[in-house]
Design a protein around this ligand. Structure first.
Ligand code: G6P
Length: 623
């Protein structure tokens, strides 16, 4: 899971590749490399660590050349090291290759190439590609790359240059994302559009087993039998500065603050007023399909799964379709019986997560209709689904997902309400109330964001603690799971989420002054039971942060002394975080936001590298 970028034109390729790599850092950042060609000479620069090291290296010793390829790596085969960093070279050092994906048959190819006299320098699967191209190169780089990829099994997006063919940049893909950016007298390649959006707003989205020969003057796309293919350019809908931090300290904070606007964009064209029906375009389902569904299965990985868990509640309760939710890796293992009229809803920000893609394929094979809830347009999952509901979040750069989660929840809620309208499964007054509540969420979230300083004060009281427990019941259990995931991802505090109903079956043993407990207590059917849980925790000297609705009078803050030891405060929670009151089924949209801010500010106070948490990658394209 890596990012690739490439440039051909008349400017310095290393600067353009570096800027692209910066925007691809979320795909991995344990090492990076750039190769350029100047005056028939190919030069490579590789650094380990994040891109600041590459920046320093380029500043100290610029890399010159008007054609180049770059790579930011997240190690799969071989540890992070200079040798294992891309670009990888042929024996004669004339051919350079960058690759995202996995070459499954690399060991057998490596053995064969070694027997043929090729000398390998790294432990990577990618290096086989450089040697294969060298083996087949006979003056025509495209021909050589076609022959090479015909030998490959696995997933790849590859960029390739050769100092003997210095006026062409080659790119090819199978199962890994690739776009070609269209300029005037220069062109680009990248793993995703965001990497080159600052340079161009027009790209060709490349499909499996398509190869592109790119010069400064043009782009030729063919299949692997060299048949020319025509492609309409895709216009990137985001403004050029959408991938920049826009004045915020971190992308994560920027993305948290973008949520009200992002929700507006997501609702546009789908829900305009509480008394108007919801419309969905291109979700690949007829009204008869929707009326006929007997079961819905949500599947995803990570944060997206938490949105899917919310979906389970709303599909069941509002659309009245029995629903379940299962992690993509587990769903494949579980190999469930899929009866007729089953809908699988796949949730993914990137649309490229390997396990999610495989679960999709498995469910399709079993006869389920598959639709996906996706952010990245035209991603692999989007393309393999029967229909797509795009969440319209724009680029999400921070590894820890925030706005994509919120918009996944919004989109799933809209889908469930849309199904309810088609199936007439919910009374009109309730549907109107729920729609009105969804329409109000941008304003509700703005109010929460206005209270950020209060959340910072709460974070200051707890950020040094080593453990956290998140408790909730019902539809906000997924919110608690997501809140605890955010905290552990970016602050490295050990955090877990539990149904408060399970408190007495284990987690209560953990309660002590050293573990802070975040309790989601919004009014609804679980309210009194949650208050009971808080009292049990307080009786055992556990510090509690409660999230509840504005005007909650039953559990006000009872420990007003900021200098007091949190565990000494008897009775109610130590800290309250209030959010605007809303409908129970809509509440996960807003409840997520204070939990995101709490995690962010705790991590910030601990001085962590929030946008690049250790060991994590934004897009996990390997299993
Ligand atoms: C990684 C990311 C998470 C994300 C998960 C699923 O673990 O760090 O933020 O939720 O992958 O990714 P997807 O792109 O399928 O939503």
């Amino acid at each position: 899971m890596c990012g690739i970028v490439g440039y051909i034109g008349s400017r310095q390729a290393s600067s353009i590749c570096f800027a692209g790599l910066r925007r691809l850092e979320y795909r991995g950042y344990d090492s990076a490399g750039i190769a350029v060609i100047k005056d028939g000479e190919l030069t490579v620069r590789k650094v380990i660590g994040n891109l600041n090291n590459m920046e320093d290296s380029l500043e100290n010793k610029p890399l010159e050349g008007a054609i180049g390829i770059g790579h930011t790596r997240w190690a799969t085969h071989g540890k992070p090291s200079v040798e294992n960093s891309h670009p990888h070279l042929s024996c004669d050092g004339k051919i350079a290759v960058v690759h995202n994906g996995i070459i499954e048959n690399y060991q057998e190819l490596r053995k064969q190439l070694t027997e043929e006299g090729h000398a390998f320098k790294s432990q990577t699967d990618t290096e086989t590609v450089a040697h294969l191209v060298e083996k087949y190169y006979n003056g025509d780089l495209r021909e050589a790359l076609i022959k090479a990829v015909k030998d490959l099994h696995g997933a790849f997006a590859i960029g390739c240059i050769c100092s003997d063919s210095p006026s062409e940049l080659l790119a090819v893909r199978r199962f890994s994302p690739l776009v070609v950016g269209i300029g005037e007298t220069e062109n680009y390649i990248a793993s995703d559009m965001g990497a080159i959006r600052a340079e161009t707003d027009k790209v060709y989205v490349i499909d499996d087993d398509e190869i592109c020969k790119i010069t400064s003057a043009g782009i030729e796309i063919t299949d692997l039998d060299s048949n020319p293919l025509t492609r309409e350019p895709y216009e990137i809908p985001w403004p050029a500065d959408a991938a920049q931090k826009g004045g915020y300290k971190k992308f994560m904070l920027k993305e948290i603050h973008e949520q009200p606007d992002a929700i507006h964009a997501c609702l546009a064209g789908r829900l305009s007023a509480a008394d108007k029906p919801i419309t969905f375009e291109n979700i690949g389902l007829t009204e008869d399909d929707i009326k006929g569904f007997k079961k819905v299965i949500f599947t995803a990985c990570g944060t997206a799964m938490h949105a899917g868990h919310v979906g389970r509640f709303v599909m069941d309760k509002v659309a009245k379709i029995p629903a379940e939710s299962d992690l993509a890796a587990e769903l494949q293992q579980r190999d469930p019986v899929v009866l007729e009229n089953t809908l699988c809803i796949v949730v993914s920000q990137s649309g490229e997560t390997a396990d999610t893609l495989e679960a999709l394929r498995a469910m399709k094979k079993k006869g389920a209709k598959v639709i996906s809830v996706i952010n990245v347009v035209d991603s692999s999952i989007a393309r393999e689904s029967d229909g797509v509901a795009y969440i319209q979040a724009g680029p999400e750069i921070s590894v820890a997902s925030t706005k994509a989660f919120t918009l996944q929840v919004v989109t799933i809620q809209l889908l469930a309400l849309y199904f309810a309208e088609v199936r007439q499964s919910c009374d009109t007054a309730e549907l109107t109330r729920l729609k009105a509540a969804i329409l109000k969420t941008p304003d509700d979230i703005k109010k929460i964001l206005d209270r950020e300083d209060d959340i910072i004060e709460v974070a200051k009281k707890f950020y040094k603690m080593p453990n956290a427990l998140y408790l909730a019941r019902g539809i906000n259990l997924p919110s608690a799971m997501e809140g605890s995931l955010k905290l552990k991802e970016i602050s490295y505090i050990h955090a877990e989420a539990y149904s408060a109903g399970e408190m007495k079956h284990g987690p209560i043993a953990l309660v002590c002054p050293e573990i802070f407990i975040v309790a989601v207590v919004c009014q609804g059917p679980t309210y009194d039971e949650m208050i009971g849980n808080i009292m049990e925790i307080k009786a055992r000297s556990g510090p509690v942060i409660a999230i509840s609705y504005d005007g909650d009078e039953k559990i006000p803050l009872t420990g007003a002394d900021p200098d007091a030891d949190p565990s000494d405060i008897a009775g109610g929670p130590n800290e309250m975080i209030y959010v605007p009151r809303t409908e129970e089924y809509v509440s996960p949209i807003t409840i997520g936001v204070p939990l995101q801010l709490l995690a962010y500010h705790i991590a910030d106070l601990r001085g962590e590298d929030i946008d690049q948490p250790r060991n994590l990658a934004k897009t996990v394209t390997v299993k």
